[in-house]
Design a protein around this ligand. Structure first.
Ligand SMILES: [Zn+2]
Length: 89
């Protein structure tokens, strides 16, 4: 079986939250809806900026969308910057 590649959640908070609950050990890229490659931030699924209660407005997957997967799935987005909170050294 071929493993699924990165999943993108747009206007689908329920899907995103379900994915997050199922994959607490994976990674999430927070992206503008346009997927502007200059505005991508890589987080651990459990980072407080991408889980819990949304910090920007009331949606997780509205103006900003979530690209979810393993680290290698997300290698498809090489311009993503690591979050300083959850991936900072
Ligand atoms: Zn983070």
């Amino acid at each position: 079986m071929v493993r699924a590649a990165a999943q993108i959640f747009i206007d689908d908070d329920q899907g995103y939250l379900a994915w997050q609950a199922a994959h607490p050990d994976l990674y999430v890229i927070n992206a503008k809806r346009s997927l502007n490659p200059n505005n991508l931030v890589l987080h651990r699924t459990t980072c407080r900026t991408v889980s819990g209660t949304p910090t920007r407005g009331s949606q997780w997957t509205g103006p900003y969308v979530k690209i979810c997967g393993t680290r290698s799935d997300l290698d498809a987005y090489p311009t993503a910057r690591p979050c300083r909170i959850c991936l900072g050294s």
